[in-house]
Design a protein. Structure first.
Length: 83
């Protein structure tokens, strides 16, 4: 497993009222959600990055207003027309 280090000003963690450990977990979750949203990771790989099960990952997507479905608006319109 690879490790990535990010330097942060102490004031940032104080402002966010976060510890380095809790902030690291949040950053992993946020990165997983965004990479999934962009289509760069599958839900399974994103869940792995976030450190949770796939089901738990799919459940938290609503907290970030991200759909677990990968239909584009034009795909959705086509599906509606063909229904």
């Amino acid at each position: 497993m690879q490790t990535i280090q990010i330097e942060l000003p102490d004031e940032l963690l104080i402002s966010l009222k976060e510890t380095p450990i809790t902030f690291a977990h949040e950053i992993r979750r946020l990165a997983a959600v965004k990479l999934f949203e962009l289509g760069r990771l599958s839900s399974g790989r994103a869940a792995q990055l976030a450190g949770m099960s796939r089901v738990a990952f799919l459940m938290i997507l609503i907290d970030y207003q991200v759909s677990p479905f990968s239909l584009t608006m034009s795909d959705l319109e086509c599906e509606i027309r063909n229904a």
